[in-house]
Design a protein around this ligand. Structure first.
Ligand code: SF4
Ligand code: SF4
Length: 250
C-alpha cells in the first residue's frame, strides 16, 4: 500500500549574534507524524481482522510512480494529483488479501505502463534552468543525483569547488525546482514557522555534533523536526545560508 499526504514546507528561525536567519525545510523531511498516523489507521482496520501491517524499507517514490499514484517530473520528484510535489509518501505491506482477481490483473498492467514522465514536462524545462547545480538535464531521463544539492547537503564533507555560494537555499535539500514548477503553483503556500533556536541553541547546531553528543534539549528540538539524523551537517548548511560572514539574513 502506497499512501500520499500533503506535505508543506516549514520555516525554522535561528538567532546568532543579535541577527536572525529564517531557513526553509522542504516538504519531505518532517514526516514522522504522517507515518505514525498512516500506520495507526491501517492497524485499526487490519489488525482486528487478523492481519499484520509492517513498514519495510522500500523505494516509495518509485513504488508511487509504478503503481500510478504519481508521476515523475523532469526533476525526478514524484508529483501526486492534487498535491504536486508537495507530497509525503509512505509504503506499507500487509498479509491481507486486498485485491480481487480482476483488480489484480488491472493493477499488474498498470504497473508496467506507469513509469512515465508527467505530460506537463513535455513543453517545459523551467526546473532545468532554475536548478542551481545544473543537474537536471533537458534531454535525459534521470537527473545527475550526485550534483543535486540535496545529495550534497544531506551528506557530510566540504562543498565541492564547483558549487557556487549562492546555490544554498534550504536548511536541508533544495527548493528551486519545486518553487519554479508550474504544476506546483496551486499548492505553493506561505510556510509556517515551526521552531526557533536562540543564540545559545544556534551555537550548538553550528558545531555539527553527533546526536549522542547533543545536549538533551537540542536533540529533542531536532527530533521534533525530524532533523536529528542530520545533526552533523546542519551547522555547515546553516553557515552556508548565512553567507560569507557566517551571520546575518540572506
Ligand atoms: S518545472 Fe516543468 S519540466 Fe520541471 S518538473 Fe515541473 S513541469 Fe516538469
Ligand atoms: S533539488 Fe535543487 S539541486 Fe536538486 S535537482 Fe532540484 S533544483 Fe537541482
Amino acid at each position: 500500500m502506497v499512501i500520499a499526504g500533503r506535505a508543506p514546507c516549514y520555516l525554522v528561525v535561528f538567532h546568532s549574534g543579535g541577527r536572525e536567519l529564517t531557513a526553509i525545510i522542504p516538504p519531505t523531511y518532517l514526516g514522522s507524524s504522517f507515518r505514525a498516523s498512516c500506520r495507526r489507521m491501517l492497524e485499526e482496520v487490519l489488525v482486528p481482522a487478523g492481519f499484520g501491517v509492517e513498514r519495510p524499507t522500500l523505494p516509495v517514490k518509485l513504488l508511487a510512480v509504478r503503481t500510478g499514484l504519481g508521476e515523475y517530473g523532469r526533476n525526478d520528484l514524484c508529483y501526486v494529483p492534487g498535491m504536486g510535489s508537495f507530497a509525503r509518501l509512505e509504503a506499507f505491506i500487509t498479509d491481507a488479501d486486498l485485491v480481487d482477481g480482476n483488480s489484480a490483473v488491472a493493477l499488474d498492467s498498470g504497473v508496467r505502463a506507469a513509469h512515465v514522465r508527467m505530460g506537463s514536462c513535455s513543453t517545459c524545462s523551467s526546473c532545468h534552468w532554475a536548478c542551481p547545480t545544473r543537474c537536471i538535464p533537458s534531454d535525459a531521463t534521470l537527473i545527475n543525483a550526485e550534483r543535486c544539492l540535496t545529495y550534497l547537503n544531506e551528506n557530510e564533507g566540504p562543498w565541492p569547488d564547483w558549487l557556487g555560494r549562492g546555490s544554498h537555499n534550504s536548511l536541508l535539500g533544495c527548493m528551486r525546482c519545486q518553487e519554479i514548477c508550474p504544476v506546483n503553483r496551486p499548492y505553493l503556500a506561505d510556510p509556517e514557522i515551526v521552531a526557533e533556536f536562540d543564540d545559545a541553541e544556534t551555537d550548538v547546531v553550528l558545531q555539527n555534533l553527533r546526536q549522542d553528543l547533543l545536549p538533551d534539549v537540542i536533540r529533542a528540538k531536532l527530533a521534533a523536526l525530524d532533523l536529528d539524523d542530520y545533526s552533523t551537517v546542519l551547522g555547515r548548511n546553516l553557515l552556508a545560508l548565512m553567507g560569507p560572514a557566517g551571520t546575518g539574513k540572506e
